[in-house]
Write a protein that binds this ligand. Structure first.
Ligand SMILES: [Zn+2]
Length: 336
């Protein structure tokens, strides 16, 4: 099979190998023919070495959808030919976190494409507990946005315990997770969503107002009559973090789950306690949340910027931080 592989960290070390052996499925495992893979910051961090990849040589790719090619013994939830998405967290199912439906915090957990080979490949082998059937009618780009982009956004919103009609600011609203945070905040929580972005199309995804970051403070003050936002969702990291705190009302909540622009800031502790602000960290989401999303996919849409071939993976990953990027980046294997 054809796969994207690197032997040591570094974008320059990515190569496509044509004759990688197709993995053999054992008990409880499923072999998937990958049709579409989403490209996310986590892939960038894995390939460049800021997250340790195992095993080496390594096939990256945390987010993908495809068709079941074969199943190992004792797999009952899917069969050959099913259209599926793959929950990307590895988990043991028995630790204290797994028992309260927080598989993404499993004590013995990992991430597909990070701690085992991932989906930037024609075929990938995964545990059957990670495989979820999807509707025949779901398009591949949306399917390949469910396990990381949409799930991360949904879990972040759930963690903020929103009330109806809250003002929710989504920073990076045109990004991978931002476009889903915008849609889900509106659809699931009936929030009044303000997108921080230069892209006007974010309005079509459910934001009643889209503001550029330079004007966010004044516009949000204006529209909330000086009260400010109940919740800010900020996946961007250091560059926007302190500004995001300024957008909150007293008792407001900032949800963070990404560091694409850096991971260290100097925190204004006085402001945090004096205003009773909450900073909530989230990571991924649970399988239960993924099934929730799959049940309501018909109301969701994805904005695609570019689709690349496996051979173009290096460009695809580099394009994550391209100033021209306007929507999601995928590796399209439907023609392989
Ligand atoms: Zn566990």
């Amino acid at each position: 099979m054809k796969a994207v592989i690197f032997d040591k960290p570094g974008l320059e070390n990515l190569r496509v190998v044509e004759d990688v052996p197709i993995p053999e499925v054992k008990e409880g495992e499923v072999l998937i023919k990958v049709m579409m893979a989403g490209v996310n910051p986590i892939d960038y961090f894995v390939v460049t070495g800021s997250r340790e990849a195992k095993p080496l040589p390594h096939i990256p790719g945390a987010e993908f959808a495809g068709i079941v090619e074969s199943v190992g013994p004792n797999v009952t939830n899917v069969q050959r030919g099913n259209k599926v998405v793959v929950y990307p967290r590895l988990f043991d199912g028995t630790c204290d976190m797994c028992l309260v439906f927080k598989e993404m915090l499993c004590r013995n957990g990992g991430v597909i494409g990070v701690t085992c080979n991932g989906g930037f490949s024609e075929y990938v082998k995964v545990p059957s507990d990670n495989v979820f059937k999807i509707d025949e009618g779901m398009d591949w780009e949306l399917a390949a946005s469910m396990p990381v982009s949409a799930l991360t956004a949904y879990h972040a919103l759930n963690s903020a315990s929103l009330s109806l009609n809250n003002y929710v600011v989504v920073v990076g609203a045109s990004g991978n997770t931002g476009m889903f945070a915008t849609q889900l905040a509106r659809l699931v929580f009936s929030a009044k969503v303000i997108g921080v972005s230069r892209k006007k199309w974010v309005e079509r995804f459910g934001a009643f107002m889209v503001v550029e970051k330079e004007h966010a403070l004044e516009k949000i003050k204006e529209v909330t009559n000086g009260k400010m936002a109940d919740v800010v969702i900020d996946p961007l990291g250091a560059e926007t973090f302190l500004n995001s705190l300024e957008l909150l009302k007293p008792n407001g909540k900032l949800v963070t789950y990404g560091v694409l622009t850096g991971s260290t800031v100097e925190l204004p502790i006085f402001k945090i306690y004096n205003q009773q602000l909450s900073i909530i960290g989230t990571t991924g989401g649970s399988r239960r949340e993924l099934t929730d999303l799959l049940n309501q996919y018909k109301w969701l849409q994805v904005k695609t910027w570019k689709k690349f071939k496996l051979e173009e993976t290096k460009t695809a990953i580099e394009s994550l931080s391209s100033p021209e990027r306007d929507g999601r980046i995928f590796l399209d294997l439907t023609a392989q």
